[in-house]
Design a protein around this ligand. Sequence first.
Ligand code: NAP
Length: 313
Amino acid sequence: MVKIYDIVIIGGGPAGLSAGLYGSRAKLDVLVIEKAKFGGQTTTTAELENYPGSIPDCTGPALSKRMHEQAEEFGTEFVKDEVVSVDFSGDIKFINGKDAQYQGRSVIITTGAEPRLAGFGEEMEFRARGVSYCATCDADFFEGLDVAVIGGGDSAIDEAIYLTKFAETVTVIHRRDALRAAKSLQERAFNNPKIKFIWDTVPVTAYGDEILEGLEVKNVKTGELSKLEVNGVFVFVGLDPITEAFKGQVELDESGYIPTDVEMKTNVPGVFAAGDVRVTPLRQVITAAADGAISAISAEKYITEKEANLVQA
Ligand code: NAP
């Protein structure tokens, strides 16, 4: 017989792991389903200098590992599977993975977001042959070489700084003449002699024979095209929510994110969303973990009230 969990959490990043911890500490039966690595995007983060209390050189993978262990110590169950569709129409929610079906009295969606493609020519062709979306994963392939970073947000500047530990030069190519990244990151990047900036510029096409040799870029103000010889291109132009499996089952905004209230409730009773996947003003590990805690407590309240109503009926 299929086990019916109190809470099924879809996604094992900081939001999901925190929800697991809080749900299990509340003595609920909790399952976390994760398709790839527990820790989500945190596993590709080199340094977590803005997570309160993090020790110097605290890495994303180390923090994720500990979050995973901690939830497991309190009884959270984990499974590796990719959720492809759901049915949230009844009191029992059905979650269909590639490998199995799962059932829960409540669901917390913590699927997060994934890197967006920049959309330049040959981007996909050179993926893993010079074009990368994860500095922590690939930086050491570029020891002593020249790389470019596309984007001007926190990710681009954070990762550009990290890449200077390996690459000879890091050229940040940004489509405007001002960065979106936090001022503290901007200062560190401007003061780093290995980082150069090319403003008002977008990538047009990657080129090379087998492996990447450079990037053709265009100045958006003058229309001028030029070539930048680089061995690697790291793309950090924002994120897209991972909500394909929930279309038609839960309300999504025009960008695909899930609107919630302050208790992380979606428009469907018993379905909650937490972390980067929801509409939120800040997408950080700290906010994802906080959302996860709130969502688990809200799910507990939902289950308790539902049981009380059944007893009364
Ligand atoms: P983001 O804040 O949305 O920034 C995306 C950057 O890419 C922007 O500078 C944008 O330019 C540029 N861009 C977008 N589409 C582009 C395109 N097609 N071609 C060229 N450039 C393009 O995304 P993010 O940096 O990945 O950050 C995502 C979230 O995670 C944010 O909430 C961020 O604060 C958070 N985060 C925080 C930290 C940290 O605190 N250390 C680290 C990483 C991420 P415009 O500026 O012109 O729009």
